[in-house]
Design a protein around this ligand. Structure first.
Ligand code: 3PG
Length: 394
């Protein structure tokens, strides 16, 4: 695929699909990471004499024009973070948007209203694609985190205009390719989270690609149960134990070492500071639940991190939201960050809760790469083709 370096942008209107689907509370952006991460693309387009025209979705309005899902309230944060003036157009097609774009001056960026206000966005409707394409000369795709959606603005436009990847898209693809495509070995994957059922494809794909796989969080309980261990009142999917066994067998055939907790922190209630004890993984009392991995298990994860050259991380190891059940996640994340800062490990993390957990551990900044993607990161790790990436290759 092309990058911004391959394109002549002088005087061109560059329709740039970004993902600024940021969390907001009471009208304020609470985490501007996704806005910060598009800065390099916006700046490159301006430096090359182009006019950045930002296209994005916000929330899931399902084809309805909803005031609570307008992109307009993001403007003050965007202007502060990007250091540009943002001019808003209340629709992503039509004459009003065209007028805003025509009127763009130096250091100005156009922001077009939520693409998902049109039902055609999610259907990749050719009419909507044509309406948006009429507003630009070049298409730049910088929304890796929305690339698992085959929508008008993520895939349709890539076929309608000369297309290229933006800086963030490039960085995401390079980091993930480095972690799972042609990585330095051994490769360690850490996968946590509540349920095996939501990460089945992920585990199935990883055991064939990585050398070591740490399974943590609630899903580890399902694997323990599959080994015939009584997990008491722990969160576990007992109907998935057969599947867990299949994954363990597949790992063995592929030469992937699965690392499960050998000791666990158990409690009788799930609340901050709940009374708890550490017991062997096969000794969870019948009236207690496993809420974190114990110190021996953490030591095994740390040993695996020391052995690894590459780490890919998705999901917390325990109930990281509440202390003290965040201890395993924090200790392992900090160790990975330290190894990465020493240049001994390439570490890549992504997915919904993961970045929150690493931030809480104070470890995120030490990682080699933190993806902005949630669902798209998971689908990439599952080995799926992302339509928004494939469209750039076609
Ligand atoms: C995300 O927040 O992960 C992306 O913006 C995709 O959003 P979606 O799940 O609503 O398509």
């Amino acid at each position: 695929w092309n990058t911004l370096d391959d394109m002549d942008l002088e005087g061109k209107r560059v329709l740039t699909r970004v993902d600024i689907n940021v969390p907001m509370e009471d009208g304020e952006v609470t985490d501007a990471t996704r806005i910060e991460r598009i800065a390099a693309t916006v700046q490159t387009i301006l430096d090359k004499g182009g006019k950045p025209v930002l296209l994005a979705h916000f929330g899931r309005p399902k084809g309805e024009r909803r005031a609570d899902m307008s992109l307009q309230p993001l403007i003050p944060t965007m202007e502060a973070v990007l250091g540009v003036e943002v001019v808003f157009a209340s629709d992503c097609i039509g004459p009003a948007a065209a007028a805003v774009i025509d009127g763009l001056g130096e250091n100005q960026v156009a922001l077009l209203e939520n693409t998902r206000f049109h039902a055609g966005e999610e259907k990749n409707d050719p009419e909507l694609v044509a309406g948006m394409a009429a507003l630009g000369d070049v298409y730049c795709s910088d929304a890796f985190s929305a690339a698992h959606r085959a929508h008008a603005s993520t895939t349709g436009l890539a076929h309608a205009l000369p297309a290229c990847a933006g800086r963030l898209m490039q960085a995401e693809l390079e980091a993930l390719e480095g972690a799972l495509g042609t990585p330095a070995r051994p490769v360690l994957a850490v996968v946590g989270g509540a349920k095996v059922s939501t990460k089945l494809d992920l585990l199935g794909n990883l055991v064939e690609k990585v050398d070591m796989l740490v399974i943590g969080g609630g899903m580890a309980n399902t694997f323990l149960a599959a080994k015939g261990i009584d997990v008491g009142k722990s969160l576990a999917e007992h109907e998935m134990t057969g599947t867990a066994k299949e994954i363990m067998a597949k790992a063995e055939t592929a030469g992937c070492r699965i690392i499960l907790p050998t000791d666990v922190v158990v409690a009788r209630e799930f609340k901050e500071g709940a009374e708890n004890e550490t017991v062997p993984a096969d000794a969870c009392p019948s009236d207690a639940m496993i809420l974190d991995a114990g110190p021996d298990s953490v030591a095994a994860v740390i040993a695996a991190i020391d052995e690894a050259e590459t780490l890919i991380w998705n999901g917390p190891l325990g109930a990281f939201e509440i202390a003290p059940f965040d201890a395993a996640t924090n200790a392992a994340a900090k160790h990975a960050a330290e190894r990465s800062e020493l240049g001994k490990l390439v570490s890549v993390a992504g997915g919904g809760d993961t970045v929150a957990a690493l931030n809480k551990a104070g470890a995120a900044s030490g990682f080699s790469y933190i993806s902005t993607a949630g669902g798209a990161f998971l689908e990439w790790m599952e080995g799926k083709t992302l339509p928004g990436v494939a469209a750039l290759e076609a």
